[in-house]
Design a protein. Sequence first.
Length: 249
Amino acid sequence: MAFFSKKTESVPTEVDFSRLPKHIAIIMDGNGRWAKKRSRPRTVGHAAGAENFRTIATYCKEIGIDYLTVYAFSTENWKRPADEVGAIMGLLKKYLLEAIGQMERDRVKMEFFGDLSLLAPELRELCERTREISRHYEGCQVNICLNYGGRDELVRAAQAFAQDCIDGRADPNHLSQEQFGGYLFSKGIPDPDLVIRPSGELRLSNFLLWQSAYAEFYFTDVLWPDFSKEELHRAIASYQNRNRRFGGV
Ligand code: FPP
């Protein structure tokens, strides 16, 4: 069931911290409009969005969310002007450098969903280093979707499965959903319980298509840089008021 509130203030914020979603996924949308409202370049909006990501990721860890997955750059985002793409990549680089510096203290496990081969070598190397250093950390896991597309992920999975069939490692007549899930970037990670999209858009935009099959959705017109801890509480409270049946009664 989708949820959309124009009057966000009217949505309750009381969260039951003993029943939190295990996995929250966020489409960090609205940075451009946030900047436009302030007559600033779009890149300023992305910088504010990156700052808010830090705040929300830290808070998710503090309250005990096990997995946080964020959509940072899609397979379609390359169509944006080069300076905007460059600014987003620069923000990611800055974030990863800081994260590496604080990893011993934060102990957040970092993963990346997407085809990293198209990234600049320096950024790709930072992603790989971050993943490697944090590999054994337990607690919150942050997955950054980077050059990620849900359809691209499914096509890659189908190709890898077909190759395994050709090589005799898999049998096309025996493929379970669990087995297919093992070919996705999200291998080994539980599906998101709650998918949040700020900024008023009511679509998935190629985000976690397979994994969102039974997710609860929360939409709000608040723009991502303004999506505060209180907004997160609203999203979680809304999630906690749903009746999840997973196709049952
Ligand atoms: C969507 O808003 C946002 C993006 C495509 C980029 C998101 C990137 C960041 C928040 C910065 C880097 C991330 C990390 C993890 C450090 P939009 O530009 O489509 O906004 P609009 O719809 O208002 O134009």
